[in-house]
Design a protein around this ligand. Structure first.
Ligand code: ADP
Ligand code: MG
Ligand code: ZN
Length: 500
């Protein structure tokens, strides 16, 4: 029998707020243990939570970005949680009336578009972090009370690769929307993976196995690549699967059973009596909605459609937003946006990378840097689109000079290098360096005669029918003319001379 996988993901994302969810403590990663804490996030008796307005906004903004409904009534509930990393012994979350519900995410997968429905995106709080030493354990409460959003998907995902692409799409959306930095290294995104298998084509869901607390997307993919065949094998051998929770061992590359349904927690949810329900008004919702930005997939599709770019160029401009915006500023005025894209991607981006490499290279970077020093080195003022020596219009002008055949494309490379260094206008550089293309037949004829005389071998090859030899001779003409000969004309003249 053939089986298919059914996967639903619960993704936890730390929100990009200045302060924590219920107190004024700083929401920051990497501070010394227990330095960003106060009576509220330490759960001391008698304190009261004050909701972080920006966190409420970012959650609803996420709802808009994920095509969700935004209910006019939502509330916070307490979920019993009895571990040392949560001093209140409960976690505030949204149980049956979340801030957003019933959305979907669309993303590119397998050469087409896939859609995964979103059950809900709700707001909760992160817990502290336990560290186990040889003889004792420590808890760092800096993370306790950091705004955390949980995005629950419907079980619409059907493979390890699809789960991976879904997570990347979700991350791109949240980063674009300014909802979260989604820095995996800093644990800003963690996810629980629910997976079952069933006979292909059947509707009924199999026993749900949950793999807890994955902190990398590639880990999720590997865990599923292990877990799906494992489940199929159990069933194929006549065994039974029961609802249970497993742990992914990244080093060994296997999942192991942690607990079954019998010892599942009773969370004893109840509405938090210290927090008012949420009833967003039209004006508040409109304000949040005004923060919705164009999403990565929409941007890619628009760049392909409006500017006739190939998918790879459009993708480059999705990944590098400032570069894409820079391109767009010029492309809007151009009749040939594709050539502008070539200049921006192949030349400008490469030059910037080169210039920044030089900057970093000349900087004597100490070999042993602490993490804060390393951050400082990375933030050395580098050459960016904002401090270019030339104006964006110069690229438009340069592309025009190639199009109207004033300069050859090889001369254009020289012009670009020069304008990048000095900021001089393309026309000025062409004149100064005498780069204007020679379309004067007489002058080109001379170069052609020279090239043929100096290369009798290739000339004979061409006469004998080897068409490619013409390109070599054309290259020689370009060399002799210092890149100024009109290459098309040079080709015609060479051909005429050799065939004649
Ligand atoms: P719980 O109440 O145990 O948290 P939910 O019904 O809320 O379970 O589902 C949690 C996640 O598990 C969701 O992402 C959902 O899509 C997914 N899920 C539910 N049932 C299954 C199943 N049988 N197989 C795979 N995923 C499932
Ligand atoms: Mg659940
Ligand atoms: Zn605090």
């Amino acid at each position: 029998m053939e089986y298919e996988a059914v996967i639903g993901l619960e993704t936890h994302v730390q929100l990009k707020t200045k302060s924590k969810m219920w107190c004024g403590c700083v929401n920051a990663f990497g501070a010394p243990p227990n330095t960003n804490v106060c009576p509220v996030c330490l759960g001391l008796p008698g304190v009261l939570p004050v909701p972080n307005d920006e966190a409420l906004r970012l959650t609803v903004l996420t709802g808009f970005l994920l095509n969700c409904e935004i209910p006019r009534f939502a509330k916070f509930d307490r979920k019993s949680y009895f571990y040392p990393d949560m001093p209140k012994n409960y976690q505030i979350t949204q149980y049956d009336q979340p801030s957003t519900a019933n959305g979907h995410v669309e993303f590119e997968f397998n050469g087409g578009l896939s859609r995964v429905r979103i059950t809900r995106a709700h707001l909760e709080e992160d817990v502290g972090k336990s560290t186990h030493f040889e003889r004792n354990s420590g808890v760092d409460f800096n993370r306790a009370g950091v705004p955390l959003m949980e995005i629950v998907s419907e079980p619409d995902i059907t493979s390890a690769n699809m789960a991976y692409e879904y997570l990347n799409a979700l991350k791109d959306i949240l980063v674009y929307g300014g909802v979260s930095d989604c820095d995996m290294e800093k644990g800003m995104v963690r996810c629980d993976v629910n997976v079952s298998v069933r006979p292909k084509g059947t509707k009924e869901l199999g026993a749900k196995i949950e793999i807890k607390n994955m902190n990398s997307f590639s880990g999720v993919r590997r865990a599923l690549e292990y877990e799906i065949p494992r489940q199929i094998e159990v069933l194929t051998k006549g065994g039974k699967l029961i609802q249970s929770t497993r742990r992914w061992d990244d080093g060994v590359g296997i999942t192991e059973e942690m607990r079954t349904k019998e010892d599942a927690h009773d969370y004893r949810y109840f509405p938090d009596p210290d927090l008012m329900p949420l009833a967003p008004t039209d004006a508040w919702l409109a304000e949040v909605k005004s923060r919705v930005v164009e999403l990565p997939l929409a941007r890619k599709q628009r760049f392909m459609k409006d500017y006739g770019l190939p998918a790879s160029d459009a993708q480059t401009f999705v990944w590098d937003v400032p570069l894409g915006n820079y391109f767009e500023g010029i492309a809007k005025k151009s009749k040939n946006p594709k050539s502008i894209a070539n200049w921006v991607i192949n030349n400008l981006r490469a030059k910037l990378a080169e210039a920044n490499e030089k900057l970093v290279g000349t900087d004597s970077t100490p070999s042993q840097t602490s993490s804060t020093d390393r951050d400082a080195v990375e933030r050395v003022p580098t050459m960016t689109l904002d401090n270019l020596k030339f104006k964006p219009e110069a690229i438009l002008e340069l592309a025009g000079l190639v199009e109207n055949k004033t300069i050859s494309s090889s001369a254009a490379q020289q012009v670009f290098a020069e304008m990048f260094e000095t900021g001089k206008s393309p026309a000025a550089i062409v004149q100064e360096k005498g780069l204007a293309q020679v379309s004067d037949t007489g002058a080109i004829e001379k170069f052609c005669d020279e090239a043929i005389a100096a290369n009798p071998g290739p000339a004979a090859d061409f006469k004998a029918g080897k068409a490619a030899a013409l390109n070599f001779l054309k290259g020689q003409v370009m060399k002799l003319s210092k890149g100024k000969a009109n290459p098309a004309l040079a080709g015609e003249i060479l051909e005429r001379k050799l065939k004649g």
